[in-house]
Design a protein around this ligand. Structure first.
Ligand code: HEC
Length: 130
């Protein structure tokens, strides 16, 4: 009994480590030369709610076409402004993560606080660039 409990515990631990490693994290590269800068607060929200689909390895082609976070590290002013406008619009309309995802997995939704954090970061960034 004790041994099987221990076995189960170690399997669960291994599973959670594997899971954590799979989760994609947005890390600002040392050679980032773009004008778009991320606040630590914005990165935290993006990492927990916006990374599954908008990464180079995502299987969601539409999401990749719309935005790949890693590419924004090298954006100049024009692309940075366009991207910030897109993000702001998606926040104002409550479009991201997509409705179907949130319906299937309610915890995928942005909380009000997370949406406010992202919005504040977008607005500060726009003010700096404009
Ligand atoms: C479950 C996958 C998924 C997640 C998670 C997700 N997106 Fe998207 N995103 C998409 C898809 C698919 C599109 C393109 C289709 C569309 O425009 O609806 C898209 C498009 C966008 C666009 C382009 C503008 C637009 O509305 O078309 C922006 C900006 C964006 N996402 C930001 C975000 C942000 C910010 C988050 C986190 C709050 C996020 N996304 C989370 C799938 C996702």
């Amino acid at each position: 009994m004790m041994r099987s409990a221990l076995f189960l515990f170690s399997m669960l631990t291994i599973a959670s480590i594997a899971n954590a490693q799979q989760k994609q994290v947005l890390v600002v590269p040392a050679d980032a030369q773009g004008v778009l800068k991320y606040s630590p607060e914005a990165l935290k929200v993006i990492n927990s709610k916006c990374m599954n689909c908008h990464t180079p390895t995502s299987k969601d082609e539409d999401a990749k076409e719309a935005l790949i976070w890693e590419e924004t590290f090298h954006y100049g002013k024009k692309l940075a402004l366009l991207t910030l406008d897109d993000i702001l619009e998606s926040l104002e309309k409550g479009e991201m993560p997509p409705k179907e995802t949130v319906e299937k997995t309610p915890s995928a939704a942005l909380t009000k606080a997370e949406a406010a954090t992202l919005k504040a970061w977008v607005e500060t960034s726009l003010a700096k660039l404009e």
